[in-house]
Ligand binder design. Structure first.
Ligand code: BES
Ligand code: MN
Ligand code: MN
Length: 450
């Protein structure tokens, strides 16, 4: 099998590059035709790889691509999940090469979606092809590749509920997370959830001259900044009433284990060009970004931002605010708590509107399962090291829903690196990660049926 991968590596890379050329940005309707084209590409690639059937399943939003190969109903069935949609590539000017014109530099493929998630789900398609070509497939395989992960997977949730029978399987396999490094393989056992909203603060009914009215009428930007600043206290704790009520405090044993994983704070700071980290008192950087809930402003705007200076006291100010959640926080509950709290801290001088966006629930998976153990052995075979279980700070909304609707934990076998710049300019994916990932996935299938 290693040989098949080695012999076909150029083809595997070229195919991925073709997929990366399609700007399948789910958030922006201007790219709808491209998203549809990416779905077609995924369908054909599944058929080329050897599935019995593949179809494009329409939803209220972007389609889900579903394909399967049933070799024997008595054999175990693996459901592979991934997403073919990508984040917007903005700001384009910060890319060294255009985001949808993939280039290979320093043995890495640079393009939007290279690591998140096209490069990662495509490894599964190529691992499947490899197993078939080498007559080594001893599982049924179902692929469900969606086009709306980056916008919250709300239509996929409906699709899963409506297709429980069709999706019936023994294991769910996902590569959409990261590993510690090429020297230290890891398997993700936890994801954070998400609450996301937009807030609007209105002061006077129109923009005002800041000399004529300034000092006497509330400036919504000043007020919004005050309100936001009050959401986190001096110990890095979120002040939204009730926010921590359902947070499971992990035992020191579990926390020690998390902190045992190799991590260099110096390298972390150097990589980001920061002199100091910050966060919740009493927790390490690894804990702060993996097992603790957070609140961040993702964008803030209002007033005059054009060239030069305009003296204006604006009528409105806006911000997009998100919270990362941990077990057992519930996204809709946190959104409601936030809304209530945010209204309660608004001074009478302004009006406040909170509009919730998509969310997602946190997830935690076991290291004791048959699939985790098989994956662990697969990593040992290919990387020569036992993978370390880690908690990732990102979110994949469908994982908690899989548990709820299908009763299955997902195996989060990601091969990305935190340095891949996902969602950022110059996103890239290492060719070594890609090829070794394909090999590890084929090894997983073999270990799983042992
Ligand atoms: N693949 C990421 C999530 C991720 C990245 C998990 C790295 C672990 C490590 C996924 O595509 C993503 O970006 N999810 C969004 C959530 C979504 C609801 C917009 C996120 O985490 O912001
Ligand atoms: Mn992803
Ligand atoms: Mn993403």
């Amino acid at each position: 099998m290693k040989k098949y991968i080695e012999n076909n590596k150029d083809k595997f890379i070229e195919e991925l590059i073709e997929l990366l050329k399609i700007p399948s940005v789910s958030a922006d309707s201007k790219f709808n035709a491209d998203v549809a084209r990416a779905a077609e590409f995924v369908k054909s690639s599944l058929l080329d790889a050897g599935v019995d059937t593949a179809e494009i399943c329409p939803t209220k939003g972007h389609p889900v691509v579903y394909g399967e190969k049933i070799i024997n109903p008595d054999y175990p069935t693996i459901l592979v999940y991934g997403h073919y949609d990508v984040q917007p590539a903005d700001p384009y000017e910060l890319w060294d090469s255009p985001p949808f014109e993939p280039v290979i530099k320093n043995n890495k493929i640079y393009a939007r979606g290279a690591a998140d998630d096209k490069g990662q789900f495509y490894m599964h398609v190529k691992a499947f092809e490899t197993l078939l070509q080498c007559n080594a497939l001893q599982c049924n395989v179902k692929f469900m590749i969606e086009g709306e992960e980056e916008v919250g997977s709300e239509n996929l949730a409906i699709f899963v509920q409506e297709n429980k029978e069709r999706l019936k399987s023994d294991e769910i396999l996902i590569s959409d997370t990261s590993m510690i490094s090429l020297d230290t393989p890891s398997i993700t056992t936890g994801l954070r959830g998400l609450s996301y909203m937009e807030v609007e603060v209105t002061g006077p009914n129109r923009d005002l001259h800041s000399g004529v009215y300034g000092g006497a009428v509330a400036n919504p930007i000043n007020v919004l900044c005050d309100m936001i600043a009050s959401l986190i206290d001096e110990n890095g704790k979120i002040t939204v009433a009730g926010f921590y009520d359902k947070v499971i405090e992990l035992s020191s044993e579990v926390r020690n284990k998390i902190n045992d994983a190799p991590f260099s704070l110096d390298e972390y700071k150097k990589d980001l060009d920061i002199d100091e980290v910050q966060g919740e008192t009493g927790y390490t950087t690894v804990e702060r970004s993996g097992i603790r809930p957070t609140l961040d402003v993702n964008g803030i705007w209002g007033g005059y931002i054009g060239e030069g200076a305009k003296t204006v006291l604006p009528s409105k100010a806006y911000a997009k605010i998100s919270m990362r959640l941990v077990p057992d926080q519930v996204s809709s509950e946190i959104t409601a708590l936030f809304e209530k709290h945010f209204m309660s801290i608004a001074p009478k001088s302004v009006k406040v509107k909170v509009t919730p966006h998509h969310g997602g629930e946190p997830a935690a998976t076991s290291t004791d399962s048959k699939s985790y153990k098989a994956a662990s052995r697969a990593f040992e075979k290919v990387w020569g090291k036992t993978p370390i279980p880690t908690k990732d700070g990102g979110s994949i909304p469908i994982v908690a829903l899989f548990k709820e609707v299908l009763g299955l934990d997902a195996l989060l076998m990601g091969f990305g690196l935190n340095s891949d710049a996902i969602h950022s300019p110059n996103e890239h994916y290492g060719i070594e990660n890609y090829l070794k990932g394909i090999e590890t996935i084929t090894a997983f299938y073999q270990e799983y049926v042992k």
